[in-house]
Design a protein around this ligand. Structure first.
Ligand SMILES: Cc1cc2nc3c(=O)[nH]c(=O)nc-3n(C[C@H](O)[C@H](O)[C@H](O)COP(=O)(O)OP(=O)(O)OC[C@H]3O[C@@H](n4cnc5c(N)ncnc54)[C@H](O)[C@@H]3O)c2cc1C
Length: 397
């Protein structure tokens, strides 16, 4: 006989773990099924706004924060460097970015869900989800176990099985990103690498590259966010990004041979506009990357995964699961739409945007405020001097 739950969550990333916490906290019988053994590695830069801490009040930052970034060093084609403080004006509220190791961060979130009463089965993959009668979903795992639940949350990332089985997200906008972890010893007097500085490079075709400081290593990566640069060019894009990463390390004075580096590639499901993210009359809800919530301008998705997961758990608890598409759209739609418009312009005219936007006196502070949710993308779009041009330009993506 199958085991019955109120909520089954597929995936223990930030989206699934936050959904599990909220659902269990509301007294719902909740199960997370994660295909990998926890803690698991996740290809990711691990840069998050400090405001993630507001969403996770019961977690101590020391448990998962490896570095606190207060400065961004921007470059164009590895030159024209611009080092800027996130807090240039001491009279403004201080902000910074946390650098987390995803295996540790995600595991801490999952443990928090378990402490709230959520069951967690790891090392077990969901194979299929199917409607059972009018009010249930049957979940089958790869080892043949069968579970039933009133609601299934698809928190299974970019290539999730839940969206596929529920016939959702068929025209996904997938960007590509590549990343490597480079062991690094701090305090050796390197001229530009410092634990409080994150590096960003913008001459990557329709994307950007990054070097993020971590406790004992650097997270180095590059992503192409435009559909034209990523789609249909899988291997060519990976090769291009690999060359960028090697060039970046060389430019920063920490060169590595290609064969010394283990590269990890992963798709980024970026927001492409509102679409259904719920099915079967509230029995299926997609969250995080599975719902395509990666921000089109910055390519970050962790905070949106946390927030959408938490929101799905609460939405089920108050009996509004059938409205999930509208709930998600009202929470993220306007902001992500504005971000998409800015991103299309930014990645089509990166050189101009680098000079006029990134290097402007308020550029770094504005970026940090946008990432932290302290400033809305809509208000920035409204204020941009080239707004008129944006609506006239034929922006490709
Ligand atoms: C190279 C790269 C760099 C990035 N850098 C950043 C960054 O610096 N900051 C930022 O905010 N975002 C970044 N992102 C995006 C970020 O990683 C994602 O947005 C975030 O992980 C989304 O969380 P999630 O919980 O939705 O999905 P995930 O973290 O992908 O978790 C999904 C989980 O579901 C599990 N799963 C999948 N299928 C099944 C199945 N069938 N059964 C059971 N379990 C399953 C997976 O094993 C996984 O654990 C980056 C992404 C990439 C690729």
């Amino acid at each position: 006989m199958s085991k019955q739950y109120d909520v089954i969550i597929c995936g223990a990333g930030p989206a699934g773990a936050c959904a599990g916490y909220e659902a269990a906290n509301a007294g719902l019988r909740t199960l997370i099924i994660e295909r990998r053994s926890l803690p698991r590695y996740k290809t990711c830069g691990g840069g998050v706004p400090l405001t993630v801490g507001n969403d996770l009040p019961s977690l101590v930052p020391e448990a998962f924060v490896e570095a606190t970034v207060t400065h961004l060093r921007h470059t164009w084609d590895f030159a024209d460097a611009h080092l800027a403080a996130i807090n240039p004006d001491p009279s403004e509220p201080p902000m910074s970015l946390w650098m987390v190791q995803r295996s540790v961060f995600d595991n801490a979130l999952t443990e928090r869900a378990a402490q709230a009463g959520c069951e967690v089965r790891d090392g077990l993959a969901v194979k299929s989800v199917e409607p059972e009668g009018d009010t249930s979903v049957r979940v089958t795992t790869t080892n043949g176990d069968i579970y039933t639940a009133s609601h299934v949350i698809g928190a299974d990332g970019a290539n999730g099985v839940v969206a596929r089985m529920a016939d959702l997200r068929k025209k996904r906008l997938l960007a590509i990103a590549l990343e490597a972890e480079i062991p690094h010893e701090w305090g050796t007097g390197h001229e530009t690498l410092r634990p409080e500085v994150a590096h960003l490079e913008y001459a990557v075709k329709q994307g950007y590259g990054w070097v993020f400081p971590k406790a004992g290593h650097l997270s180095v990566g590059a992503g192409m966010f435009g559909r034209r640069s990523a789609e249909g060019r899988g291997e060519a894009s990976k090769e291009e990004l690999t060359r960028w990463i090697l060039g970046y390390l060389e430019a920063l004075g920490v060169p590595r041979k290609r064969e010394e580096i283990e590269f990890h590639g992963y798709p980024l499901p970026i927001w492409g506009g509102a679409e259904p993210v719920g099915a079967w009359n509230g029995r299926i809800l997609l969250v995080g990357d599975a719902a395509g919530l990666v921000n089109p301008l910055f390519g970050d998705g962790i905070s949106y995964a946390c927030r959408s997961g938490a929101s799905a758990g609460k939405t089920i608890a108050v009996g509004k699961a059938a409205d999930w598409s509208q709930v998600l759209q009202s929470e993220f739609g306007a902001s992500h739409d504005a971000s998409l418009t800015i991103a299309k312009f930014f990645y089509q005219f990166p050189g101009v945007c680098y000079k006029m936007g990134v290097k402007s006196p308020r550029g770094t502070r504005t970026a940090a405020r946008l990432i932290g949710g302290d400033l809305s993308f809509e208000s920035v779009l409204e204020r941009l001097p080239w707004k008129g041009l944006m609506s006239k330009a034929k922006l490709t993506w």
